[in-house]
Design a protein around this ligand. Sequence first.
Ligand code: KG4
Ligand code: ZN
Length: 335
Amino acid sequence: MYVLGIETSCDETAAAVVKDGREILSNVVSSSLKFHQKYGGVVPEIAFRLQLEAITQVADTSIKEAGVNLKKIGLVSVTSGPGLLGSLVVGISFAKATALSLGIPLLGIDHLYSHIYAGLLSAEKVLPAVALVVSGGHTSLFYLEDFDKIKLLGATLDDAGGEAFDKVAKILGLGYPGGPFVERMAQKGNPKRIKFSCSETKNPLDFSFSGIKTAVLYQVTKSPPRLRSGQASHQVTSKADIAASFQETVIDTLIKKSLLACRLKKSKNLVVGGGVTVNKRLREKFTEAAKREGLKIYFPKNKLCLDNAAMVAGLGYQLFRKGYRSSQDLNVELG
Ligand code: KG4
Ligand code: ZN
């Protein structure tokens, strides 16, 4: 079965065609990132206007690239939330119109669950599993008995993991989105130089990243003025040490809580997804930790970590097979 996936939850406009929930025939992503960069974050009004302009062409391209006749598409699967209201409305409206005009079913998909599925696109018989989603908007731990039996174990109480990377990049005067900049800077630093920590949470499976972000801010403001404004050679080293120490602490916290969730749920499988999982250090450390604990770990391929529609089409197929459908009343679910 061929499924057309549509994803517009944040600043990307994405469409993909996936066969039988596994084989990606096309995966087109158009990002409005460069229009947000000067604001240091996604501007919802800009995002949805550009998505409105891009959606038809992105979907057309994904059908052409897949080489599939439109009549062969059996389902339109679309992100229905959580995400930015206007952006989600663009994708949902397009998906509804497409399903209606082709006379095929429509299915709304949870954005976080699709990030989990990104790690399972090329893996079979993994469930039950614990799943961590760490992205720009969310950081949550789940227990998956099946694709339609997902329980939330814990979530961030303040900033999301990716958001913390973005804010720390801003404090350090790096670019947006911050994750890749912090990662690059961290490669030159000593991750043990500064002792950061993430705040404790009442539910040990919840997360809190706002404290460490503030600790980074203090670290920068109490440092010699050269670190804040000048170009002296040791500036690079100090910024690098802050970036490396911050990154290490966040990764260690994500690992500690994911392993705890696996122990509590007696799970031998761990799926990790979301934009932050592009991070090489995160992948290395998670892989080592999983090996030590005797767990099997599943990551999305790099290009499937960030927002994309292949994961939406893939999960759509799995849920459709279980009998799930949405009506033309499908609406945004802000979560
Ligand atoms: O999943 P995603 O594309 O969007 C949301 O659903 O939020 O994730 C975007 C987030 C941003 O916060 C970005 O800074 C972060 O993923 N990110 C990274 C890296 N690449 C992207 N964080 C850490 N290291 C990276 N290499
Ligand atoms: Zn996302």
